[in-house]
Design a protein around this ligand. Structure first.
Ligand SMILES: Nc1ncnc2c1ncn2[C@@H]1O[C@H](COP(=O)(O)OP(=O)(O)OP(=O)(O)O)[C@@H](O)[C@H]1O
Length: 443
């Protein structure tokens, strides 16, 4: 490690807020398609990142993690809301102010294979941000690059080599050196080790931890590998369909998840001890389209702990699950694009692949003992489907079987002494808490 870089290392007052995010939304509106809804990639999130901490961001593919990371550092324009860095709303910055601020926050990408320009030498790649920001003299820039190569464990003579001459782990070191060139305070690490061999992953994670201590960096660590997150993050945010469902201290959250979605996500981790008798929640179906998310809780269509309407509190779990699946099937059908042929067949009153609702009903309810009342609503919905009015079918079922989870967005509830928050109606005093509730699918 060079002298100069060591002198530049900083001590940070951990615990203070560096980034404050208020009701942030990032929608992608591709335009062009008439009446198409925007993709609500980030749909109203509130949280803070403390100076010097590593905040993990986890969730299934497509839930909005990368978009959120990119929006925080203004690589993506937000639709509304605030991103305050040290109190300044960076969504309001433009021109020179934005360019100056950008030095402060950088990103390391998942795939070191494609994120480095193969036609540039390593020296040029790492120097580029210094050139863009006209940092000091050309001589000092070259010096700085050599220091940075040293800092990330590469050799000064690598300056004139090209990315293809390096292994995946080394290329990620180059990406990290480049991100650190302008001495940022905040770095978004977007799946920084997912593309690497397991043996190399540990080296890069150690490097990131050392650099954090050395330079007082604050990280947003995006990942879908939960064991990596557990190892490296101080706190974790669990994201689903553009929302943060739970956020809190890593160990606490892994040991005792409070939100039904966190429960489901964690129960999917393979148990190292095969004898351990861990409950496994299998999530039904796929997340809804971010163009048309549920009106109430984002997780309502798949939640194994969904609140039932008062009237159906004592309903058999199998019947409840069948109704939920039936509703899901109808939603899925409305999502599937009907081909022009199918639309034509429908207009001509011919059979289409969308007309097998009787079979679906039989599959779901055939073996169950359902009450006359439930049967009436299911039949009514099926009739609407047969008459090509799927929207009406969904409405009938929503009105009868819908609950607060379908109609109202939950608040964020503080669920532990350390300030963990969870986004779920079950934290209201009148309902059973998620961690005391046996999922319907487990009964
Ligand atoms: N530039 C874009 N234009 C339109 N839609 C986009 C764009 N980028 C992302 N999306 C959509 O926004 C949603 C969130 O995507 P994002 O990449 O942020 O999710 P992610 O959680 O990072 O996924 P992954 O883990 O697969 O990287 C997805 O539905 C995605 O298809």
């Amino acid at each position: 490690m060079s002298e100069q870089v060591q002198q530049e290392s900083v001590s940070v007052a951990t615990g203070e807020t560096l980034v404050e995010v208020n009701d942030l939304k990032t929608y992608y509106d591709e335009g062009g398609i008439v009446d198409s809804n925007p993709v609500k990639a980030v749909d109203g999130v509130d949280f803070e990142i403390k100076r010097g901490e590593t905040l993990g961001l986890v969730g299934e593919s497509g839930c909005g993690k990368t978009t959120l990371g990119r929006t925080l550092i203004q690589l993506e324009d937000s639709t509304s809301g605030e991103v305050l860095f040290d109190g300044t709303d960076v969504t309001e910055l433009s021109g020179k102010e934005l360019k100056d601020w950008r030095r402060n926050s950088q990103m390391v990408f998942q795939d070191p294979e494609s994120s480095l320009n193969d036609r540039m030498t390593i020296g040029e790649i790492v120097r580029e941000p210094l050139d863009v920001h006209d940092w000091n003299t050309p001589q000092e820039r070259r010096e700085r690059v050599r220091e940075l190569l040293d800092v990330v464990g590469l050799q000064p003579q690598h300056y004139y080599r090209y990315p293809h001459q390096f292994s995946g782990g080394q290329r990620q070191r180059i990406g990290i050196a480049r991100a650190l060139a302008l001495e940022p305070e905040f770095v978004v690490l977007d799946e920084p080790v997912s593309a690497l061999d397991v043996s190399v992953q540990a080296q890069i994670l150690n490097l990131l931890e050392d650099l954090q201590d050395e330079f007082g960096l604050t990280y947003l660590f995006i990942a879908h590998d939960l064991s990596v997150v557990r190892h490296i993050c101080d706190r974790v945010a669990v994201m689903y369909l553009g929302n943060i469902m739970e956020l809190g201290d890593t160990e606490e959250l892994f040991e005792n998840p409070k939100n039904p979605y966190t429960h489901s996500l964690l129960s999917a981790i393979p148990e190292p001890d095969p004898k351990a008798n861990k409950e496994r929640i299998t999530l039904r179906g796929t997340p809804p389209s971010p163009r048309d998310p549920p009106k109430g809780c984002p997780f309502t269509t798949r939640c194994p702990m969904k609140i039932r309407p008062e009237k159906y509190q004592d309903m058999d779990s199998d019947v409840w699950v069948a109704i939920e699946v039936f509703r899901e099937v109808l939603r899925e059908r409305s999502r599937a694009d009907k081909s022009l042929t199918e639309q034509a067949k429908e207009l001509l009153g011919m059979e289409t692949r969308f007309s097998d609702i009787g079979e679906i009903k039989h599959e779901l309810f055939g073996d169950l003992d359902i009450s006359g009342e439930v049967e009436r609503y299911v039949d009514e919905a099926a009739d609407h489907v047969e008459n090509n009015d799927e929207a009406e079918a969904r409405r009938v079922l929503r009105e009868e079987f819908g609950s607060i989870c379908d109609y109202e967005k939950p608040d964020d509830y503080v669920v532990s002494d350390t300030g963990r928050v969870s986004h779920c109606h079950r934290h209201k005093s009148e309902y059973t808490e998620p961690d005391e509730f046996v999922p319907y699918t487990e009964r």
